[in-house]
Design a protein around this ligand. Sequence first.
Ligand code: ATP
Ligand code: MG
Length: 138
Amino acid sequence: MSQRTFSIIKPDAVRKGYTAAILAEIEKAGFKIIAIKKLSISKSQAEGFYYVHKERPFFDSLTSFMSSGPIFPLVLEKENAIADLRKLMGATNPANAEEGTIRKKFAGSIEENAIHGSDAEDTAKFEIGYFFAGYELA
Ligand code: ATP
Ligand code: MG
């Protein structure tokens, strides 16, 4: 059964001009782009998105980074979308990411790692709803 997941092309990748190349990787891997937009978020909007990490030592730095420039939030659909996107992204730290993954190709560091992908069904649902209204997904 087809499944939806949520992704973000992060500010580092947008700044470096990697947006189209990353979208091409995503489409080549069989994902359908259901929704996409370009926007900049405030620090407090980034804090709301990443609230699960609020106790982590990198929370302040992460939310400053995520609000440092334009991002592209995406809703993607395919069979097994959540797990398959995580596989396509590669490890959080690009130094550990497998050859051929998006983070191996485009990420600069463990923080500025080019792309976000939901890690479970419940987080995908929350994250899609954080950035998109129902009418944008019909
Ligand atoms: P994402 O949730 O963005 O898809 P992830 O699930 O691979 O990434 P998480 O552990 O959820 O990784 O961390 C969220 C984000 O926080 C990472 O993508 C990265 O940008 C940042 N981050 C994670 N660990 C560190 C760290 N040790 N130092 C700095 N930033 C970090
Ligand atoms: Mg995560």
